[in-house]
Design a protein around this ligand. Structure first.
Ligand code: PLP
Ligand code: COI
Length: 340
């Protein structure tokens, strides 16, 4: 029985669900892993994660489709990205087949929390891994915990499809040759001061520029950029210091193969932004959130798509992607994994 939750009014917050998955890495091997009802973790005071932030995570969603099935979207790509994150932070790899199996177990065990089709909410899954044994010299932990919990969520930005206003940040979220391309907790800790001050000044998010030259568009704190040119081309920044968004990679495919649009994945100079027709933020949490205005130290760039609604190309991308996720449109081979 679906839980009695006011699905349509959910924000992007934590709601404790019934089961989560836990596996421990001890003596050089992962144990079998179990589902547990215990949402708390007890750690030694000197655990690697607490001292040196040795933690990585992922984010993906489960959806209830039009015909009542529960599905997940491209969990194999999250599993693979977590392998890259683990290697970069000297953590053990959690096998990709076990990752997908654990995702399925958590969704199935919490099926009552998968929001109804059409409610606007989805079940967000958060796989993560951290160093769990005491570490005091700067070195990797030797014991780790891999977990997945889930929580039903609504839109990441209040207002859902309403265009947001972002500012160009003076802070960087990543360093050249740093960890910007992996999903490490430390990247998000780096962004907290920037987001708190952005909110205090009335902005919804930060646009980060490339940390080396500060001339190119990178991404926001939690999503990649998609721009649309005045002649209908999709342009998305390419950089070694941004997260390789699964949503962005999927949208590039959708733009080309479903919508017949031209797509450019390339360096995008900030100077070009004033000439774009539409701008959106794409990610698992953000889906595609339209940007209406970008403020660069008091200078406003108002996208022609305006502050009332998504631009027409952004809307087509949004409708096609969510159509695939919710089972209204046929998905490319392998994109949708059915849970039940
Ligand atoms: N960029 C950052 C910094 C993110 O945290 C996320 C969220 O996962 C994304 C981009 C979007 O990635 P994905 O589409 O794989 O969720
Ligand atoms: C996601 O979209 O899954 C993310 O991890 C972004 C985060 C800012 C919530």
């Amino acid at each position: 029985m679906t839980k009695n939750i006011d699905w349509s009014n959910l924000g992007f917050g934590y709601v404790q669900t019934d089961y989560r998955y836990v596996s421990n890495f001890v003596n050089g091997a992962w144990d079998d892993g179990v589902l547990t009802q215990d949402a708390n973790i007890v750690l030694n005071e000197c655990a690697g994660v607490l001292q040196y932030a040795q933690t990585i995570f992922e984010g993906l969603k489960a959806y209830r489709t039009q015909d009542g099935k529960i599905v997940t979207f491209r969990p194999d790509l999250n599993a693979e990205r977590m392998v890259s994150s683990a290697k970069r932070l000297e953590m053990p790899v959690f096998p990709t087949d076990r990752f997908i199996d654990a995702v399925k177990k958590v969704v199935a065990a919490n099926a009552d929390y998968v929001p109804p089709y059409g409610s606007g909410a989805t079940l967000y899954l958060r796989p993560y891994m951290f160093g769990s044994n005491p570490v005091i010299g700067v070195k990797p932990a030797s014991e780790y915990q891999f977990r997945i919990f889930c929580t039903p969520v609504g839109p990441y930005f209040k207002g859902g499809a309403k265009p947001i206003t972002i500012r160009v940040s003076d802070f960087d979220r990543a360093a050249p040759n740093g960890t910007g391309s992996i999903k490490a907790g430390l990247n998000y800790a780096m962004s907290l001061h920037a987001i708190v001050t952005a909110h205090a000044e009335g902005f919804d998010e930060n646009m980060y520029l490339d940390p080396k030259t500060r001339t190119k568009v990178e991404e926001t704190g939690g999503a990649n950029f998609l721009f649309v040119t005045k002649d209908g081309k999709v342009v998305t920044p390419k950089s070694d210091s941004i997260l390789p968004s699964i949503t962005r990679r999927s949208l590039v495919y959708v733009a080309k193969e479903y919508l017949g649009l031209e797509v450019e994945e390339r360096e995008v100079f900030f100077d070009e932004v004033k000439d774009f027709a539409e701008c959106g933020l794409c990610g698992t949490a953000a889906v595609i959130s339209p940007v209406g205005k970008i403020v660069d130290h008091g200078k406003e760039i108002c996208l022609p798509s305006g502050m009332d609604d998504m631009g027409p190309v952004t809307r087509k991308l949004y409708e096609t992607l969510t159509g695939i996720q919710m089972g209204r449109l046929e998905a490319p081979e392998g994109w949708i994994q059915v849970i039940e």
